[in-house]
Write a new protein. Structure first.
Length: 558
């Protein structure tokens, strides 16, 4: 620009080095040649700058997204290792938000304080050096205004972080609400709650708008402050520079070049200020990610804990107690023994602690008192995964994924051959109906298995347990929601599954537990009665009364 303004358009002579170079190349020193050189130089500089920026951006995008994926995997790994209690209290939508959205904080933060800051530092250093070479006095004035631009961002940084954190929490609340409403759509429609769900969404959205407005206000204040400082700085430089031009100590071209350098310097200074604001905003997301990563796992094993090898299925509970909340025990001083191959039945009213008791065996949570042992090993002293490999579960509400039937069964044994999967389905009385599906074992079932009936879903769950072939089997009310005909078919499969396995079965229909080796009657978190069916009926206690309530006195006394 200086070459164009001072030498091509003005009357200033060329510097000796420039004149020799142009004459040597044969271009000459005419105004047209100088204008051509100026235009070509600008295009070359623009092209080089954009090429460097594009190459840097592509490299950084690849690196940054890799960081996001790795952080997302780390958060997911942490989440799926949290206890059942944690997941029962934490909305799914909030967890999804932390994994899918909040993890992008690492990209934005490193982009702000890494890539952008490094680029800004390089440009600022170069501009200051050029400005000092051109005019030290004006460079000193420009240097004074640069820190003031950044200081504005530091003033609004903390309130911006707080506002951004509030906004992220509301966003997670909205996502959690949407997930719950869509998952429970049948209940929403059945009870006419569409208007209520819309009202809840509207309230959350209004709160979200208020939080967004506060964030936008603070961001605009930061932009306004930074812009005001840079404008005043440019005005001061222009005022002093103009006086130097009038005094003849500075050419117009030099002043214009200096102002170009100043604009570049201020742009990078504003970039640093903006990077800091982005850093504080992303810090709200980072806080939520760190909360998840730093939270202690509820279910752990000692360092270098041994693996629990193949077991016989000998389960012992000694003086076991458990509480979900302090001072509110669910289980109280329970002791029991299940020898290999035995069937232990647990009965009692709703809330007696039956499911809680059996969920201690796969360490979905740990007892607050006493211990649970398999083959003499305290489960807290061995590797968690190795404990769960010893157990098969058939739950009241089996969860199926929207993948093929074969893949759903194979979840129990990744890499299982198709022959093994089909054999497990035959044992579970599922093979016949599976082959009637459009694509047989390759049929992709609907979300949560909703394209199958309750009995069909449960038979797939039993097939999983068959394929797992673990020495301990837990049946948590597997037939309570089924009709009598379907229940009979399932019990044929369950009888085959229980063979030579230590089995714990929870059932409200007491007809399903009569053949158990030991029946435990729970009441108020304690074992009120224990024994076989005939023994308990003769005692005429809680178990006998439950039988009478279900079958009538005559049937109960048989």
């Amino acid at each position: 620009m200086k070459l164009v303004v001072d030498n091509a358009l003005g009357a200033s002579p060329l510097a000796g080095a420039w004149e020799k170079l142009l004459n040597h190349t044969g271009m000459g020193t005419s105004s047209s040649a100088l204008l051509l050189i100026g235009a070509a130089g600008s295009l070359i500089l623009f092209g080089l700058t954009k090429a460097i920026e594009s190459a840097s951006l592509m490299r950084w995008t690849d690196t940054g997204r890799t960081m996001v994926n790795q952080l997302g995997q780390a958060v997911l790994a942490r989440v799926i290792r949290r206890s059942v209690i944690f997941h029962s209290r934490t909305p799914v939508g909030d967890l999804m938000n932390r994994i899918a959205s909040d993890t992008w904080c690492v990209y934005r933060m490193v982009d702000s304080l890494g890539f952008a800051l490094l680029q800004a530092a390089c440009v600022i250093t170069m501009m200051l050096w050029l400005m000092l070479q051109l005019n030290p006095k004006l460079a000193f004035i420009a240097l004074i205004t640069a820190p003031l631009t950044v200081s504005v961002s530091f003033l609004v940084g903390k309130p911006l972080h707080v506002a951004a954190r509030k906004r992220r929490e509301i966003e997670s609340s909205i996502q959690a609400h949407l997930q719950q409403a869509i998952t429970g759509i049948s209940v929403v429609q059945a009870f006419g709650q569409e208007a209520r769900e819309l009202m809840r969404l509207r309230q959350n959205a209004e709160e979200m708008i208020r939080a967004q407005q506060k964030t936008a206000l603070l961001t605009n204040l930061n932009t306004l402050g930074s812009g005001l400082v840079t404008t005043i700085g440019a005005g001061v430089v222009l005022w002093f520079g103009s006086h130097q031009v009038l005094a003849g100590s500075l050419s117009i071209g030099s002043l214009l070049v200096f102002l170009v350098y100043l604009t570049a310097l201020q742009a990078q200074t504003r970039a640093i200020a903006e990077a800091y604001s982005n850093f504080r905003t992303s810090g709200a997301n980072a806080d939520r990610v760190c909360e998840m990563l730093d939270a202690p796992l509820e279910i752990t094993a000692p360092a270098n804990a041994p693996k629990l090898g193949e077991t016989q299925g000998h389960v012992v509970m000694e003086n076991v107690s458990f509480s979900y909340l302090p001072d509110q025990p669910v289980l109280k001083d329970i002791s029991l023994e299940a020898k290999p191959g035995q069937t232990i039945a647990l009965v009692g009213s709703t809330g007696a602690g039956k499911s809680t008791l059996v969920h201690l065996i796969p360490r979905f949570f740990d007892p607050t008192g006493g211990c649970v042992c398999i083959d003499g090993h305290d489960l807290r002293n061995v590797e968690v995964e190795s404990v769960r490999r010893q157990i098969s579960l058939v739950l009241q509400e089996p969860f199926l994924f929207p993948i093929s039937v074969a893949d759903n069964i194979a979840l129990a044994k990744p890499g299982a051959a198709r022959a093994e999967i089909e054999e497990a389905a035959r044992i579970a009385n599922a093979d016949e109906y599976i082959r009637r599906l459009p694509d047989g074992y390759d049929t992709v079932i609907g979300e949560r298995g909703n394209t199958l009936s309750g009995g069909e879903r449960q038979r797939l769950s039993i097939a999983r347990a068959v394929l797992r072939n673990a020495p301990i089997l837990i049946l948590d009310e597997p037939t309570s929601a089924l009709d009598a005909s379907t229940e009979h078919s399932l019990f044929e499969a369950l009888d085959r599954l229980k063979a030579q396995r230590t089995t714990f079965i929870i059932a409200h229909r007491l007809s399903t537990v009569r053949q158990a080796d030991c029946i435990l009657v729970l009441k108020g978190g304690q074992i009120a009665e224990r024994g076989q069916h005939e023994e308990l009926m003769q005692r005429n206690g809680i178990y006998a009364q439950l039988q009478i309530g279900q079958t009538g006195k005559t049937e109960a006394t048989k």
